[in-house]
Design a protein around this ligand. Structure first.
Ligand code: AMP
Length: 399
């Protein structure tokens, strides 16, 4: 199967060939023909499956005929975070090399003036985060009555982040007669129920089983104590041949502590979290993507959907949820180091719930261990604060 067999024009086939794509991915193969037919889509696909091209390529094909009018975008792509929106815009630009389509990216942290100028010229594709789009709408800078195609990307993340009321408000501003492409990493019952509000008789496309981890990702867990986490992390970074890694922390202040600590130990690291200015966020992400800085210490701003070529490691500061949320436990909690693999759900629930600590309250310190629901039994060799102390060699270091 090649791209032109999916019904895409020669210019689009050429654009993807220029990018080195030789064949469509499963989500592209399954959705492109239906999008071209004008059907609504309810798609479940994880990041890395080629989901972005599965909606941008047929959109370009459809939008190629027709012209945009000032302040009346012809299509709208909603994404939950600025980085994801910027990434979709980047893909759109690459795919539309041979087309004369205009695009505007409306994300927070960037001046309104440039965005207004783009809207005034008229855009074929508007890519936006919900909050910034509503800001523009309230200032009378954009009208959504001419939107023919709506994409809701990463809908489950929108739900997690509390953006659904904004999305519903935006959808209420669109014409009811339109094509809607609704994508989510998983199609849980909640998401299916939610999608009913937006799509009509959709073609359901699932390319990955619900909540599965991509086959190419190996997951490992390392036990350590709260105080030992930073050293455990350094030990892993030194002993494994880590080309680059994203390290997630539960809280923003832990990110700066960890960045400072890593720099003190001669590691090169950048921070990425929601309290940074947009330009600082983009600069940090770019440095990381370009391989200039190998370690990115992030909050869950980066937890989903970022496309980073050749990422070798992903780690998460994950503490067991505390039974008691007393002040003493909070004061002692040290979440600055990390081990293990991340799922967004786990990260979100950590951010909201976890206040306690693992290991320091019980393991290897002569205090009674508390059992947490669903917690795995500790490995026998987990006394001490560092990998060196414990003598515990994680399985993946032995491979
Ligand atoms: P996405 O899931 O849309 O974030 O895409 C993940 C990565 O796959 C991006 O780097 C795309 O450039 C790449 N990609 C998308 N479609 C294809 C394809 N058909 N062949 C090769 N790479 C692709």
């Amino acid at each position: 199967m090649n791209f032109s067999e999916l019904g895409l024009c020669d210019e689009l086939s050429q654009a993807v060939a220029d990018l080195g794509y030789t064949a469509p991915t499963p989500i592209q193969e399954k959705s492109i023909p239906y999008v071209l037919m004008g059907r609504d889509i309810l798609g479940s696909a994880q990041t890395g499956t080629g989901k972005t091209a599965s909606f941008t390529l047929p959109m370009i094909e459809i939008l190629a005929s027709g012209r945009a009018k000032a302040r009346l975008p012809r299509s709208l792509i909603l994404a939950p975070t600025r980085e994801l929106a910027a990434q979709v815009a980047d893909s759109f630009e690459k795919f539309s090399t041979y087309h004369k389509l205009s695009m505007a990216l409306l994300i927070g942290g960037v001046s309104f003036a440039d965005q207004n100028a783009a809207l005034d010229k008229g855009v074929d594709v508007l890519i936006a985060t919900p909050g910034r789009l509503l800001d523009h709408f309230e200032r009378g800078k954009v009208l959504l009555t001419d939107v023919k195609i709506l994409v809701i990307d990463e809908a489950d993340r929108m739900l997690d982040m509390g953006f659904i009321p904004d999305v519903e408000r935006i959808v209420g501003l669109l014409p009811p007669l339109r094509q809607t492409l609704f994508f989510s990493a998983t199609l849980s019952d909640d998401i299916k129920k939610l999608s009913d509000k937006f799509v009509s008789n959709p073609k359901v496309i699932e390319v990955a089983p619900p909540a599965s981890t991509a086959d190419t990702v190996a997951q490992h867990l390392t036990w350590t104590s709260p105080k030992g986490k930073r050293e455990a992390l350094r030990s892993l970074l030194n002993s494994e041949d880590v080309k680059n890694a994203v390290i997630f922390c539960n809280r923003k202040r832990d990110i700066s502590t960890l960045v400072t600590s890593l720099k003190r130990h001669n590691f090169s690291a950048v921070a990425l979290h929601g309290d940074m200015t947009q330009s600082a966020r983009l600069e940090a992400l770019q440095k990381f993507k370009d391989g200039e800085v190998p370690l990115m210490i992030a909050s869950d701003v980066a937890a989903r959907g970022l496309d980073i070529a050749g990422l070798s490691r992903l780690a998460e500061a994950k503490d067991a949820p505390a039974k008691s949320k007393g002040k003493a436990a909070k004061a002692k909690a040290d979440k600055s180091g990390v081990d293990g693999e991340k799922t967004t759900k786990a990260a979100n629930s950590n951010e909201k719930k976890a206040d306690g600590e693992r290991g320091g309250r019980g393991r290897g310190r002569g205090r009674k261990a508390e059992a947490h629901p669903g917690e795995l039994p500790p490995p026998p060799d987990c006394k001490g604060d560092t990998l060196h102390d414990t003598g515990h060699v994680p399985a993946f270091l032995l491979r």
